[in-house]
Every structure is written in structure tokens, then in C-alpha cells.
Ligand binder design. Structure first.
Ligand code: ADP
Ligand code: ZN
Ligand code: ZN
Length: 856
């Protein structure tokens, strides 16, 4: 319809279903009545708001019988529907999303097959929500007590003593009691009045009162003040403030004065007084001496020239910066961010959660004091909201954060950096199942800005794109040990006479390089043959003993994921695998069966190894606790520290454990997690990988890639100082290309072998995967629905003649039962999975994961 009204397309924040389609009856494939509900709704804009409403605004709208918040996606002078209702109010004068972000949300919704409203709300900080609140007030008329029930009397008494209450407060006072019908009765009798109100964001930045001297106050002579206390105050303020706002609370405690005395100064016009947002604790900008960028090495210089060119041209381009840990990647990010800031633009720097240590944050805040906001899951809702506000207001133009920081509302975005781009933690684990790296690239495309991906072990998909020329590959092959002067100081402190062993190269500028630590691969089958049944090989035990007696530190690493599930021959190292999928088979106690969690292939547990006939074929796995016990028994008096999920849950944060280790309060760190990046652990001279095999044989097509990444990262922890260091990898598969390549720090060799396997089995990047998981309380219903969906998809593939499209499964998931629910999966493997899945209605209970990082 055409008139002179203005309309807004609004995505409403409904607490309705979280699934692609909500439909009670099981739909048929061609059932068009079951298409997804509209993603957005149209509202008319009342005249009063006509010149106010912008795209990205948070608004208050009627929705059915309720009122909800929504975000304006677009404005138009026509509406596709005849009947529209008015927008009721504008909730926040500044838009909460930029037009770029709205375009990005639409892409996320389509690409990840997720409802648009989830894509939109996922971008906003938690706690931004406005809610409707029902308020109850006593009417003037005095109720007749004889007509009230005991419950009604209770409500009236409560309101009389407390004044008005909203229903949420009321239910807190009258916890388990049935006050609702009592309230209904009171309203009908005219004793109570009911009204509605919008409640603002749950997260509100905390406010504090601050003061500063006015110009008059700065020049005012103390002698002109009567009160002694006022003189003390003014003296204090003149003595310490240069126009900065200081908290009132601090002034009062430090001077021993009262608010009344301070107010005296305000009345004379000597100070200004206001309240402002309390700064979040993590905003460390001002505490650090700014650092200056170092002079680049020739290799950094070469990489930098390419990036600088793209920044100069202000055009979208993706760089893959491939360099071992310590090769100077972060220095390049810092330079790029500096360049962007100098142009008046902003930047987003993504770091995996586990790498987002205070050390990493400090490196950025120290280089760009006052410009950096941090966003990660360790912040409280309030802190996150206030960091988000700093970004939106433009006060902070650099955001350093984990996954969700890709959605920070940076105005004038000029650059996106994704460090450790291969990390799995960039993948969101609920709808929308987005990958922050891929979202970052898409955002770079929309905003037309360069994107830098960095890694020591790039995702093979990313490396493939770089090799194909889609991304620009930049390499930093050398590890920087540091500057000559700094190294001499380090050596001096440790009383080392020859600070530059022959492995350390250098250049004329004083930069010293260091070779990667030598890696020894120990064959555990031979240990067994030699009669050593312990968890430490003779080589590892000897090396530990040497390091510990020299007062150095040791890291022992083991990957616990998937432990005790796969079956391996102790004599020949053979692992039982699915002949169809090549993933390892998983042992299930019930039925004494081996199962493929991709395709449901089953095999009874054999009594002897199919390869060498040995009877010593068993499931496999050890835990950190066992390693700790053995370490303490083998080296009496050794101080050990355990770092895995169980311990970090109970005994505090990653930081506290690491801090203890850094302070040398422990000699051996036993961990299941990659030791955080950006940490210098100069005393660590030995890294032992207790068993490299557990992760290698997880039933997942990316298990080998993951193992290579972990081994390389772990090995990178050793020998990061003049003390040097080495790595020992224990394995039953010494010939495996993953172990071989990791032991030679040879990414390219690994890449080539891995790509050959992926090509043969038609895994990504040669195809695209979508994982469909169905979750249900009943095992039977779960299996039946998975089979039903499989039939529907198979039928559609045939009907449309979709080329190169396979379905793997249906099969029970590796984690067959999670939190009391059964899980079955179907994996779509195709050149174009969207062609198959678009329009296929998925009932409640299905989860859609496009580009899954794992099939476990
Ligand atoms: P990465 O991000 O690849 O792990 P970093 O940028 O953290 O590497 O660099 C490793 C170490 O080398 C850091 O201590 C860093 O300060 C130092 N470094 C990097 N580039 C230079 C340089 N050009 N001159 C001197 N020191 C450097
Ligand atoms: Zn065998
Ligand atoms: Zn299989």
C-alpha cells in the first residue's frame, strides 16, 4: 500500500522456539504449510517518531497481546502487509547495530541456516534486553478487610508497607504461594491498580559520582575560604588534579571530609560534580607504560609491505600469515592496528578464549593506551555491557576479544585480525553455529576491509585457499628469540656464560633467531618389548631427571579427549577403523561392540589384532591424575601442578595455575590443554607428550589435523629462551605422517599428506559438510526421526538429481547420550549442501551445524 506513512521492518526478540521451524505435527518434505515463520515483521512509524527511527534502532513494539523489543532492519514507505501496528517507543537513542552488522546477520541466517532473530540477538551484548513489567499499586479506596481472603490481605499489607511492586518482586516476597488469583480478585474489586512499564537493560554500567575543579576553583586562593575543612579539600584538589575527574568517595576518604563540606565548594562554583560510568576492571590501558614498535626483521618487513598496501588501498583482501609461535606475527598485527588508528579507523582483533590472557591484552593496551576495549566470556554482564558501550560510543576503537567480539559495533572499521585462525573455539556451539573466522571474512567483505588470519598451523582449508590464490599467503619461517641486549641480560640473570649457542642465528640489527627445538619421537612398542610398562619411556624419564636437577621446568602434555574409547594393538600399534569412513571405531561396553559414529558400521570386538594376531589388543587411555602420581613417585620431592578441565573448574582460573608455574612454584606442569599463547616460559626446557595417539584416533575426520596442531603448539612451548630446550613425543605410531611432520616442524609435509587423504575420502575442503543432529529423550524416537529425515533427504537428492551430494549416516553420535538425551546424526557431504537443505522443514529437536569443526 502507498500513502505518506513510513514503515519499519523489525526483527522481534521473541522468546519463542530456537529452531529453524517450529511445527507440532511431523511435516512432510513437500509440505509448504510448514515453511519457516516470517523472520521479521512490519510496523508503522507514528508521526512523533517519524524523524527519529533509524536502521539498527532498538524499539518497543506490540506483538500479539504482549509488548517486546525489536531491532529495526530497514525502513520503507510501503508495507507488504495491509494491517500494521505502530512502533510504541524508541528504547535507545543510538542504534545498537550498524547497517554492516545487519547485512552480516542476514548472511549468517542464510549461510548457517539459522533464524534471523537469533542471528541478530546473538550480536548484541547479553543483558541489553528491555522487558515489560506489570506494576501493582494500591488504589485510594480503602478495602473492606472482611471481604479479603488471607492471601489477599497479605498482598495488601505488603503493598502498604512497600509501595508499588512489580509482579517479579511480588513473587520473590511470596515465593511459593498462589498470589496470582488473589491479585486478580483485588483488581476486580478495585483495590489494586495494574499498570505496565518498560524495564531497561539488566546490565547497566555502574555509576559513580566524580568531581573536578572548575577554572575558578583552580585559581581560587585558599585564604578566601572560611571553613578549615573546605580549605583542606581545596588544597587537596588543587594539589592533585589537573582537570581529571576523580571519584567523590576517594576524595572524602583521603581528606577525612564530608559530602556537606564538599557541597560547599560546589555552591561557590569551585568544582563540577556529575556521575559517570565506573570503568571496568579489565580496562588496563593507563597502567602500562606505552611500548614502542620494534624495528621489523627483513621477513616481517616483506609481509608487512603487502598488508600495508591493502591498508593503503582500503580494500578487502584476506591474508594468511603463516609463522611458527614466536615468529613475530603479533608485532605485525600491532603495526597494522597502529596504521588503522592513525587513519582514524577502528579494528577488531580476535583471539581464542584460552589465549586471551592478561599478557595478550596488555600487549595491545600498552601499545594503544586508552583505545582498547576487551570482550570475552570472563567478564560479568555489566563489564561486557560497559565495554560494548565504549566501543559503540567510539571511545574505544580497537576491540581485542574472543569469538563474539567479531560482533563489536566498531564504527569506521578498517581491519580485522583473527589470530590462531585454526582454533576450534571460534565455532559457536549453539544456533547459530557460526565460525568467527568465517564471519570475520564475511564482515571484511561487507565492510570492504582487509582481514589478517594468523597461525603456526593453519587450518588446511585456509591454507588450501591461500595456495589457490584466494588468500594472500605470507610466511614468517624464523623464530625470533629477541634482541641481543635483552638476551645478554637474560643470560646474565641465569649465570650462563655463552648466551648464543650455535643454534641461534642473527642479523646486524641485533635481532637473534632461534631454531625450533629438536623433537625426539619415542616408539612405545619398543619400550614394551624392552620390558618397560610404565607411562614414561626411558628417554623421557632421563630427560626429565636432567631438566629437574638443573632447576629447569618440564611440561607434560596428554590429550584426554577420547581416551579409553578406541582400540589399539599394543604390539603393532594397529587401530581398528571403519573401512568406509576411515575414522577409528569406538568401543561400547554394552554388546561388546565396535561402532563407527559416522556411518553406524559395527564390528564385534575381536580377540586378536587383525594385523599381527597379538592378543594384546585393548582400549586405550590415561588421565592427568595418573601421570601426576607416577611423576611424584618417580621423582620424589618434585612439585607438580595439574591443568585440565576438572582442576580449573575447582581450583580457580587458568591464570592462577599458570601464574604459579611462571613463578616457579612448581617444576612439572601436567596439562590436557594447549598452554596459552603469548606466555614466555623461559625456564621450560623440556616438553613431553605422554601419548600422542589418543587424539589421533578420535572418530573424526579432523582428528589428525587437530593432533598435528596440538603437537606443534605444545612443542612450541619448549626452548623459548637462551636455555634452549627439547621435545619428546611418545607414540605407538611413530611412522604416522602426522607425528613425523610434527617432529620436523614441517607444516607443508603434513598439509600435503592430509590433503591427499581428504581428497580421496572427499572431505572438506573438497566438499562442504552440514551436520544434522537430532536430540530426543527416547532412544527409539530419536532413531526413527533420524531415519525418517534420511529418507526425506535421499528422496530430494534423487528427485532434483543433485550432483555430488552424499549422506553419511544416520548413526548415533559419538556422544550417544548427552544430559539424558539421545543423539543421532546425519552428515550431508556436498558441493552445495544449501541446495539440498533449503526448504526442508526440520521439526523441533534438530540442530543444523554448517561447516562443523567436529563430528563427535
Ligand atoms: P608470534 O605472535 O608469532 O608468536 P610475537 O610477535 O609474539 O610472535 O614475537 C615473539 C617475540 O619476539 C616477542 O617477544 C616479540 O616482542 C619479539 N619480537 C617480534 N618482532 C620483533 C622485532 N622485529 N624485533 C625485536 N623483537 C621482536
Ligand atoms: Zn597388532
Ligand atoms: Zn563408517
Amino acid at each position: 500500500m502507498v500513502d505518506n506513512r513510513l514503515y519499519a521492518e523489525v526483527v522481534v526478540h521473541t522468546p519463542l522456539g530456537r529452531r529453524v521451524v517450529r511445527s507440532a505435527p511431523v511435516p512432510q518434505a513437500e509440505d509448504t504449510d510448514n515453511l519457516p515463520p516470517p523472520a521479521s515483521f512490519h510496523y508503522s512509524i507514528p508521526d512523533a517518531l517519524r524523524n527519529e527511527i533509524l536502521v539498527g534502532h532498538l524499539v518497543w513494539v506490540p506483538f500479539g497481546s504482549r509488548q517486546l523489543q525489536g531491532v529495526v532492519l530497514s525502513l520503507s514507505d510501503t508495507s507488504p502487509v495491509a494491517e500494521t501496528r505502530d512502533i510504541l517507543a524508541l528504547l535507545d537513542p543510538q542504534p545498537v547495530l550498524t547497517p554492516y552488522q545487519i547485512a552480516l546477520a542476514r548472511w549468517i541466517s542464510e549461510y548457517y541456516m539459522a533464524p534471523l532473530h537469533l542471528a541478530i540477538w546473538n550480536m548484541l551484548p547479553p543483558g541489553i534486553g528491555y522487558r515489560e513489567s506489570v506494576i501493582l499499586t494500591l488504589a485510594e479506596s480503602v478495602p473492606d478487610p472482611t471481604r479479603l481472603s488471607p492471601m489477599q490481605q497479605k498482598v495488601v499489607d505488603l503493598l502498604r508497607s512497600r509501595g508499588s511492586l512489580n509482579t517479579r518482586q511480588l513473587s520473590r516476597f511470596l515465593r511459593d504461594e498462589d498470589w496470582r488469583s488473589a491479585v486478580e480478585g483485588l483488581v476486580r474489586q478495585g483495590v489494586l491498580r495494574r499498570s505496565r512499564e518498560i524495564q531497561g537493560p539488566r546490565a547497566r554500567p555502574r555509576q559513580e559520582e566524580v568531581i573536578r575543579l572548575t577554572a575558578a576553583g583552580r585559581d581560587f586562593s585558599l585564604d578566601d575560604l572560611r571553613g578549615a575543612k573546605q580549605r583542606v579539600l581545596l588544597d587537596y584538589l588543587q594539589g592533585r588534579m589537573q582537570g581529571d575527574w576523580v571519584p567523590v568517595a576517594a576524595v572524602l576518604t583521603e581528606t577525612g571530609t564530608t559530602r556537606a563540606q564538599l557541597r560547599g565548594l560546589l555552591e561557590r562554583g569551585l568544582i563540577e560534580w556529575r556521575s559517570q560510568e565506573v570503568r571496568a576492571a579489565l580496562q588496563v590501558g593507563c597502567e602500562f607504560a606505552p611500548t614502542a614498535p620494534p624495528r621489523f626483521t627483513p621477513e616481517q618487513e616483506m609481509a608487512w609491505r603487502e598488508i600495508a598496501g591493502a591498508l593503503e588501498a582500503q580494500r578487502h583482501r584476506v591474508f594468511l600469515l603463516h609463522g611458527v609461535t614466536g615468529s613475530g606475527k603479533t608485532e605485525i598485527y600491532l603495526r597494522a592496528v597502529g596504521e588503522v588508528l592513525a587513519r582514524g579507523l577502528g579494528a577488531i582483533v580476535l583471539v581464542p578464549e584460552i589465549a586471551l590472557t592478561p599478557q595478550t591484552i596488555r600487549r595491545f593496551t600498552a601499545r594503544f593506551p586508552g583505545h582498547v576495549a576487551t570482550l570475552h566470556s570472563n567478564l560479568t554482564v555489566h563489564e561486557r555491557y560497559s565495554q560494548w558501550l565504549r566501543v559503540r560510543s567510539g571511545e574505544a576503537s580497537v576491540v581485542v576479544g574472543s569469538r563474539s567480539a567479531v560482533f563489536a559495533p566498531v564504527a569506521n572499521l578498517g581491519l580485522i585480525v583473527v589470530d590462531e585462525e585454526h582454533e576450534w573455539s571460534y565455532k559457536q556451539d549453539q544456533t547459530p553455529y557460526y565460525h568467527a573466522r568465517d564471519v570475520a571474512i564475511q564482515l571484511g567483505r561487507i565492510a570492504n576491509v582487509p582481514v589478517i588470519l594468523g597461525s603456526a598451523t593453519p587450518d588446511v582449508g585456509s591454507y588450501y585457499r591461500a595456495v589457490q590464490g584466494e588468500y594472500t599467503l605470507l610466511e614468517l619461517p624464523q623464530r625470533i628469540l629477541g634482541h641481543r641486549r635483552q638476551l645478554e641480560k637474560q643470560a646474565d640473570q641465569r649465570h650462563i656464560s655463552a648466551p648464543f649457542p650455535e643454534r641461534i642465528g642473527g642479523d646486524d640489527e641485533g635481532i637473534r633467531y632461534m631454531e625450533l627445538p629438536p623433537v625426539l619421537v619415542v616408539d612405545l612398542r619398543q619400550e614394551l618389548r624392552a620390558g618397560n610398562r610404565g607411562i614414561f619411556s626411558r628417554a623421557l624419564q632421563k630427560a626429565m631427571s636432567e631438566a629437574l636437577s638443573a632447576g629447569e621446568q618440564v611440561i607434560l602434555f596428554l590429550n584426554r579427549r577420547g581416551a579409553a574409547t578406541f582400540v589399539m594393538c599394543r604390539d603393532c600399534g594397529h587401530v581398528l577403523r571403519c573401512p568406509r569412513c576411515n575414522v577409528s571405531l569406538t568401543y561400547h561396553g554394552e554388546g561388546h561392540n565396535l561402532i563407527c559414529h559416522h556411518c553406524n558400521y559395527r564390528l564385534p570386538m575381536p580377540d586378536a589384532c587383525p594385523q599381527c594376531m597379538s592378543a594384546r589388543i585393548k582400549f586405550f587411555g590415561i588421565g592427568t591424575q595418573k601421570v601426576q602420581e607416577v611423576t611424584e613417585a618417580t621423582f620424589p620431592g618434585v612439585r607438580t601442578l595439574r591443568w585440565d578441565r576438572d582442576v580449573t573448574g575447582a581450583a580457580g582460573s587458568h591464570e592462577r595455575i599458570l601464574e604459579k608455574f611462571i613463578n616457579h612454584e612448581a617444576d612439572v606442569l601436567i596439562g590436557t590443554q594447549m598452554i596459552a599463547k603469548g606466555l614466555d616460559l623461559p625456564l621450560v626446557t623440556l616438553v613431553g607428550v605422554v601419548s600422542a595417539d589418543t587424539a589421533l584416533h578420535l572418530p573424526d575426520f579432523r582428528a589428525i589435523e587437530r593432533t598435528f596442531q596440538i603437537l606443534t603448539q605444545v612443542a612450541g612451548r619448549a626452548g623459548r629462551s637462551v636455555l634452549g630446550g627439547k621435545v619428546i613425543i611418545q607414540t605407538y605410531n611413530p611412522q604416522h605422517y602426522c607425528i613425523q611432520a610434527a617432529s620436523r616442524h614441517d607444516y607443508k609435509a603434513f598439509y600435503q599428506q592430509e590433503m591427499a587423504c581428504r581428497r580421496e575420502l572427499w572431505y572438506p575442503p573438497f566438499s562442504q559438510l552440514v551436520r544434522l543432529v537430532y536430540v530426543h529423550r527416547s532412544a527409539r524416537a530419536c532413531r526413527e526421526e533420524a531415519k525418517r529425515m534420511h529418507r526425506i533427504l535421499l528422496h530430494k537428492i534423487k528427485r532434483l538429481g543433485l550432483p555430488e551430494t552424499d549422506l553419511v549416516g544416520p548413526a548415533p553420535c559419538f556422544l550417544t547420550r548427552l544430559r539424558g538425551r539421545y543423539r543421532w546424526q546425519i552428515v550431508v557431504c556436498s558441493k552445495d549442501p544449501h541446495a539440498l537443505l533449503s526448504g526442508v522443514p526440520l521439526p523441533l529437536g534438530w540442530r543444523v551445524d554448517v561447516d562443523p569443526v567436529s563430528l563427535l
